[in-house]
Design a protein around this ligand. Structure first.
Ligand code: NDP
Length: 241
């Protein structure tokens, strides 16, 4: 039986590239989105075209009850997941004095609480499966070094690193690895217009990254070959930090 991985926020951007790369590397995929079901269905079709099974789940990761209900219903029918790539995230940038309460709450809710709301319901079923498993969490260069105008986002992404490191210790004996990937500037909807000459100058490789380059690292961490890698933060950032 083929192992199934859930990829949150895989209707577009980095998540879509991860879903397709994981499918290419032999996994069945649960494609997830918040609201763009048509885009998610299209990604699921692309996964199927690669010869793997795919299904779509849509829920807001900030809604704890909705996340639990959707995941439990899916696992009831299809069984526990091999793992999850917690990729859904948003930005709401602004200099700290101009940051609104909503900018703070929405970014923490999506990035950090979204991790809890998704990983909590699926972890015990993964443990009970008594097989190796994978949890990969999308952090960011902002969570490692902090970024001007992103106090909220840097806090969410740094918080995820702490959560990954603690959960990795708890799940290590169960052969479930937990790692974070910390991309730098990657070309997606989220970063549209941000790859200015000045921004690129700060990157030693002098270019932004491609979603596929992040996906390759995530897929390696999900592979059997990465079975002894846990509690790590892997940067994919062109040498930014
Ligand atoms: P995009 O904005 O292109 O895509 C975001 C994805 O997350 C979409 O699938 C979206 O679903 C989903 N999503 C957003 N909010 C929610 C929510 N509340 N509930 C459920 N799903 C949600 O982002 P990227 O591909 O650029 O980023 C993916 C991840 O990588 C994020 O965690 C981001 O922080 C991180 N990252 C990105 C970097 C970059 O340079 N792009 C750099 C470092 C980290 P829908 O389509 O339905 O809206």
């Amino acid at each position: 039986m083929t192992d199934t991985l859930l990829v949150t926020g895989s209707s577009r951007g980095i998540g879509r590239a991860i879903a397709l790369r994981l499918a290419r590397d032999g996994f069945d995929i649960v494609v997830h989105c918040r609201s763009r079901r048509d885009a998610a269905e299209q990604v699921a079709d692309e996964v199927r075209a690669l010869g793997r099974d795919a299904r779509v789940l849509c829920f807001d990761v900030t809604d704890r009850d909705a996340a639990r209900a959707a995941l439990e219903a899916d696992m009831e029918v299809h069984g526990a997941y091999h793992g999850v790539v917690c990729n859904a995230g948003i930005t709401a940038d602004g200099a700290f004095p101009a940051l609104t309460d909503d900018d703070w709450d929405s970014v923490i809710d999506t990035g950090l609480n979204g991790f809890y709301n998704v990983v909590k319901p699926i972890t015990m079923p993964m443990v009970r499966r008594r097989r190796p498993g994978r949890i990969v969490v999308m952090s960011s260069v902002s969570g490692i070094m902090g970024n001007r105008g992103q106090v909220n986002y840097s806090a969410a992404k740094a918080g995820l690193i702490g959560a990954v490191k603690a959960l990795a210790v708890e799940l290590a004996k169960r052969r479930i690895t937990v790692n974070a990937v910390a991309p730098g500037l990657i070309d997606t909807d989220m970063t549209e217009g941000l790859a200015s000459e000045e921004a690129l100058k700060a990157i030693p490789m002098r270019r932004s990254g491609r979603a596929e380059e992040v996906a390759a690292t995530v897929s390696f961490l999900c592979s059997e070959d990465a079975g002894y890698i846990t509690r790590q933060v892997i940067a994919v950032n062109g040498g930014l930090c």
